[in-house]
Design a protein around this ligand. Structure first.
Ligand code: HEM
Length: 409
């Protein structure tokens, strides 16, 4: 058995702010070509392979390192610390199973389908707001407002609060981004934003207790009242987790999908010709090819052995979905973005795996499918109308600006 510390591994700095766009793709291509399944990053051992990635995501000998991240960055009090302690991603074992048992029924494929008419309605209004403009920033026009409006509908929040929800989600999501957390001012802002969210959500929960509706908060309250012991603190934190998990993520995945399609007119044409078949495939292909969660982390609770290598307790593992999703044994021609390719049944790693597998995956997929279907029906041709401003791959790999020129159908 070899200790991981004794291996000479390729180096990859996940926190390098320059790591994005073509450089990101080139760097990871050379990692794949090196034939290694591990790499070394300043804060973590990176797992590049798909099967190994799944193993580490699923093992019972590891947890998400949220509390470790808090300790490293000196977050030990205030609303942000409270939130980190109660975040479902940092809850494990029986307590986590119970929480998932309570929230899962509200986020099944069928539950997600129930929100599709609302999604189409939101997209229609955003389209109308463009008033025939043919050149616009896709982030401002669709990617940013659409998931925030959808999540406010899912939660039963007033639509006029969607910009607030967006702002909170964007800030609170940064609790997972080591680059952001290196700046103490950033941490102070996140503290404030978490406090604001709690102040906003508590009266909303009370309103829903008095007048339930067909929304997620009402359905969580109903579960609570059927004898399950979901405390007030658990309820408000679950709502926060859904908000934080559900806005910035879908926003950026949709933006990447549109960017990839704008760069490939023949695939846009194909999508337009058969949205029913190809919108779901395009959704899965965008998630596979350009994951907005390029790394998902675990911290080992005990020594773990895998493929003849020992990883000591305490090791932080960063599972790379970008490389895992390019495993040639799981996906044919994995380096190509192709919405018509048969990708088989293998799950990509973009939503993670195991106990903490993304609870909002069905909502996210429904939103992406509806977004792509709607836009393909409305837009005959689309092209990039300026340089794409990309964020870094540390945290959520997002897009700040995506200028499009379109010809309406
Ligand atoms: C493209 C969109 C999305 C992507 C790529 C994404 C990705 C992820 C990933 C990688 C994880 C961690 C999984 C793991 O550690 O194994 C996760 C967890 C989570 N996501 Fe998502 N997500 C997306 C959309 C959403 C949406 C729409 C919601 C809410 C409606 C959501 C809520 C959550 C929550 C609450 C967790 C924690 C689950 C747990 O700890 O049990 N996400 N997501």
């Amino acid at each position: 058995m070899t200790a991981v510390a004794d291996l000479t591994l390729p180096k990859l700095d996940m926190t390098d702010p320059g790591l994005k766009g073509e450089l990101w793709h080139a760097e990871m291509k050379s990692m794949l070509e090196s034939g290694e399944w591990l790499a070394e990053s300043p804060m973590a051992t990176v797992v590049l392979g798909r099967e190994a990635g799944e193993f580490f995501l699923r093992t019972r000998s590891a947890v998400f390192p949220g509390l470790l991240i808090a300790r490293i960055f000196g977050i030990d009090d205030g609303p942000l610390f409270e939130q980190i302690k109660h975040n479902i991603i940092n809850v494990n074992g029986d307590a986590h199973r119970r929480l998932r048992g309570l929230v899962n029924p509200s986020l099944t494929p069928r539950a997600a389908n129930n929100y599709r008419p609302a999604m189409r309605d939101i997209l229609g209004k955003l389209w109308d707001d463009l008033e025939g403009t043919v050149e616009f920033d896709f982030i401002d026009a669709f990617a940013r407002p659409y998931p925030a409006l959808t999540i406010s509908r899912v939660m039963g929040a007033p639509p006029e609060d969607a910009p607030l929800l967006h702002d909170w989600s964007m800030w609170i999501q940064r609790q997972f981004d080591p680059i952001a957390l290196s700046d103490p001012e950033m941490i102070e802002t996140i503290q404030t934003k978490v406090g604001e969210f709690y102040d906003w959500v508590r009266p909303l929960i009370e309103t829903r207790r008095d007048s339930p509706s067909d929304d997620l908060i009402s359905s969580l309250i109903a579960t609570e009242e059927e004898g399950e012991k979901l405390s007030g603190v658990e309820l408000e934190n679950l709502v926060l987790n859904i908000l934080v998990g559900g806005v910035d993520t879908t926003q950026n995945q949709l933006a990447h999908a549109i960017r990839l399609l704008a760069e490939r007119p023949e695939q846009w044409l194909a999508l337009r010709s058969d949205t029913e078949t190809l919108a779901p495939l395009a959704t899965m292909e965008a998630l596979r090819f350009e994951p907005i969660t390029p790394f998902t982390a675990r911290q080992l609770l005990e020594d773990v052995e895998y493929d003849g290598i020992t990883f000591p307790a305490g090791t932080v593992i960063a599972v790379c979905s970008f490389t895992g999703n390019r495993d040639p044994e799981a996906f044919s021609e994995p380096m190509d973005f192709d919405i018509t390719a048969d990708r088989g049944k293998t799950r990509n790693l973009t939503f993670g795996a195991g106990f903490h597998y993304c609870v909002g995956a069905n909502i996210a997929k429904a939103e992406l499918e509806e977004g792509l279907t709607f836009l393909a029906e409305k837009i005959e041709t689309l092209e990039l109308a300026g340089p794409v401003e990309l964020q870094t791959v540390s945290g959520i790999y997002g897009i700040d600006s995506l200028q499009l020129r379109v010809e309406a159908a």
